[in-house]
Structures are given as C-alpha cells and as structure tokens.
Design a protein around this ligand. Structure first.
Ligand code: HEC
Ligand code: HEC
Length: 172
C-alpha cells in the first residue's frame, strides 16, 4: 500500500482476516477498536455532533486527524477571521469543539508538522498526495472543484470521513 496515511488499514485488514477464522462474535467484538484506525489519520473517529453541526455549513467537517493540535487551536482561536469569513461561535460551543479537536488531532509523524495558514491543503503530505500526476493543475480551476479545500468535490464520501483513494471521482 503506497499510502502512509492508510497504513493502519493494512494491519486492520490482516487482523480482520485472522479474526475471521475464529468466528463472527470475535470479529464483531474487535471491529470497533480496529475501525478507529482503519482510515486516513483516524478520519473515521465518530464526529462530535456539535462539530458537524457548526463546522460543516461551508465545507465538509474536516477530519480532526488531518491537522495537529496546535493548528486546530489556532483555527479555533481565529474563528472571527476565518479565511475571509466570520465563523465565530458562542463560548460553550467553542470550548466543546476545541476540546474534541485537541483530543482527536493528528499524531502521525507527517501530520504533526504544522502547515502554513493552518491549512490541511498546504501540508506537505496533502501536496504530495495531490501532485500533478494525481490531480492535473487544470482540475483545481474547474468550477465544480473551486478550491483544494473543497474535498467533497472529488472525495465522494468525504462527509463520512472517508478519503479512500478508491472513492475518488474527479468532477468534469
Ligand atoms: C461561514 C462559513 C464557515 C464556517 C461556519 C466554517 N468555515 Fe472553515 N472555512 C471557511 C472558508 C471560506 C474556508 C476557506 C476555503 C477555501 O480556501 O477554499 C475555510 C477553511 C477551513 C480550514 C482550512 C482548509 C484547508 O485549506 O485546508 C479549516 C481547517 C477550517 N475551515 C476549519 C473550520 C472549523 C473547525 C469550523 C468550525 C468551528 C469551520 N471551519 C467553520 C468557511 C467556514
Ligand atoms: C480535485 C479533486 C480533489 C480534491 C478537491 C481533494 N482531493 Fe484528495 N485526492 C484526490 C486524488 C485524485 C487523490 C489520489 C488518489 C489516488 O492515489 O489514486 C487524492 C488522495 C487523497 C488522499 C490519500 C488517499 C489514499 O488512499 O491514498 C487523502 C487522505 C486526501 N486525498 C484527502 C483530501 C482532503 C482532506 C481534501 C480536502 C481538504 C482533498 N483530499 C481534496 C483528489 C482530490
């Protein structure tokens, strides 16, 4: 598997295969523990309801595992001036979401680097995954895409925290 972000999947799959011979009960018991790691940077950690509610109005609720804690903290502290818009929240929601993001922030080596502007889309791993050979430059300019931050334009299940390369479809 060429993708470091999804490396845990390999182990998860192997584990599931091994588990299968012991029967359904054990599989069902162990699966929840496995599936937390079974996608990009813990992308399938169930979203805090408050987070999906407040942070998916303008873009997908980005998986917490795609930015390190320090970057999330800066995003949350700067919501009044959020990439050219006002995304400010009441104090209680702010605290709840900040705490959850901190607890679920990315800890993989390559996610631990704090990207410029606190942008997932400026992280070295993101640029590598979306380099010219994977996404031709003209694709980013299509109206149907608009911005690299618009993950859902191409990752058909981004809203479910699924960024698997097999579920990518580049729009016309
Ligand atoms: C009022 C609309 C709005 C809301 C609500 C909103 N955002 Fe954003 N967000 C934006 C815009 C606009 C951008 C810039 C998108 C672009 O560059 O195309 C952005 C970008 C981001 C980025 C950087 C994306 C990248 O380029 O990697 C992060 C991280 C982010 N938002 C987190 C959050 C979080 C966390 C919340 C909830 C607390 C939130 N946003 C709520 C409008 C919003
Ligand atoms: C213009 C379409 C497009 C947009 C927008 C886009 N991606 Fe991608 N993404 C791709 C393509 C194409 C690949 C490479 C798939 C492959 O390796 O075959 C990819 C790969 C990935 C991978 C690696 C998946 C794997 O299995 O190797 C991750 C993680 C990812 N993208 C996350 C994101 C996130 C997060 C966003 C939004 C902040 C985003 N992408 C926006 C097209 C896009």
């Amino acid at each position: 598997m060429k993708n470091w972000l999804l490396a845990p999947v390999k182990y998860a799959r192997a584990a599931i295969k091994n588990i299968a011979i012991y029967g359904v009960t054990i599989t069902a018991f162990l699966l929840p523990a496995v599936s937390v790691h079974a996608d990009s940077g813990g992308a399938r950690v169930p979203l805090l309801p408050k987070y999906s509610q407040e942070c998916s109005a303008c873009h997908v609720a980005y998986p917490a595992g795609f930015l390190p804690a320090a970057s999330w903290q800066r995003v949350m502290e700067g919501l009044g001036k959020h990439y050219g818009t006002d995304a400010s929240l009441d104090e209680a929601s702010m605290r709840e979401i900040s705490g959850w993001l901190k607890a679920n922030a990315g800890t993989y080596k390559r996610v631990s680097e704090e990207p410029p502007e606190n942008r997932i889309t400026k992280a070295a791993w993101f640029l590598r995954k979306h380099r010219e050979g994977e996404v031709p430059a003209n694709v980013w300019k299509r109206a149907s895409v608009g911005s690299p931050a618009n993950c859902a334009a191409c990752h058909t299940n981004a809203d479910k925290g699924n960024f698997n390369e097999h579920e990518v479809r580049i729009p016309k």
